[in-house]
Ligand binder design. Structure first.
Ligand code: MF3
Ligand code: CO
Ligand code: CO
Length: 267
């Protein structure tokens, strides 16, 4: 059984891991431009996590099972219509206007920090820019709901409402998750749902909120590599992710970056 309520020592460890994961995104942003390969971004992140942070990239070899290879790289790089779990590759070279989600999970002193953001190589299309902005707003609206006594369905509802008000759709096939010494643990955090339903939040819970929002329909499929999830209609997808702690009065974003405007959390 998962220990849903973290100890003070766990929380301290998760703060450190979360900060490091956010710092990887700060670092890699400088390298996202037309002409760079996703393998180069992977190599840069891997070396930064291992050599500068003295941490472990959690995705590397994650999820191996009989008949299924583990994830082969240290970060996920999901370009344009890739929804999540894109595999970095020497042959995937970013071109002007490509959007990319870089998803970083580090392990430090046994604790996981999991976060992702969208970048654009060169200049984004109007549609891509709007999808990326609305998806970030969806994540922030989900986070803003978090406090003791709120329900998981309240988070999903806040996200779904904003996505659909903008004529986008919420991916159903992947969700947020509890996280701590284990990468993916209970509870599942759906990015759609009904207010007043689902598990009640309690101080000390830690989980991710990581909405994937599509420009077309919400259907996805996984490519034969066993990992890469793409939109069925090949239209654009975007995703943002934070790891959050339920505090006594609200929420603390463990993976927050300095560039972020978090004034929406102020009372
Ligand atoms: N970081 C992803 C998440 O947000 C999981 C990646 S699993 C991997 O949950 F194996 F694809 F790396
Ligand atoms: Co996650
Ligand atoms: Co992630």
């Amino acid at each position: 059984m998962t220990q849903l309520i973290k100890t003070q020592a766990d929380i301290e460890g998760m703060r450190i891991a979360g900060r490091l994961a956010g710092q990887v995104l700060d670092y890699i942003g400088h390298f996202v431009k037309p002409g760079v390969s996703t393998e180069e971004l992977n190599r840069l992140c891997h070396d930064y996590i291992v050599n500068v942070q003295a941490a472990i990239p959690a995705p590397l070899n994650y999820g191996a099972a009989p008949g299924r290879p583990g994830f082969p790289k240290s970060i996920c790089t999901s370009v344009n219509h890739v929804v999540c779990h894109g595999i970095p590759s020497e042959t995937k070279i970013l071109k002007d206007g490509d959007s990319i989600n870089i998803d970083v999970t580090v392990i430090k002193n046994g604790y996981h920090g999991d976060t992702s953001k969208m970048f654009v190589a060169g200049k984004a299309s109007i549609l891509s820019e709007r999808l990326i902005r609305v998806t970030q707003e969806c994540m922030y609206r989900g986070i803003a709901v978090v406090k003791p006594g709120a329900r998981l369905g309240d988070i999903g509802h806040a996200i779904q409402r904003h996505a659909e008000a903008n004529r986008f759709s919420v991916v159903r096939d992947f969700c947020g998750h509890g996280i701590g010494k284990v990468f993916h643990e209970e509870p599942q955090v759906l990015h759609y749902g009904q207010p007043g339903t689902g598990m009640a939040l309690q101080a000390g819970m830690i989980f991710t909120i990581e909405p994937m929002i599509n420009a077309g329909t919400y259907h996805t499929k996984v490519l034969p590599d066993g990992w890469t999830a793409v939109t069925k209609d090949h239209k654009l997808s975007a995703q943002w992710e934070h790891t959050v702690l339920v505090t006594g009065t609200g929420v603390e974003i463990l993976t927050a970056r300095r560039e972020e405007d978090l004034s929406f959390l102020a009372p």
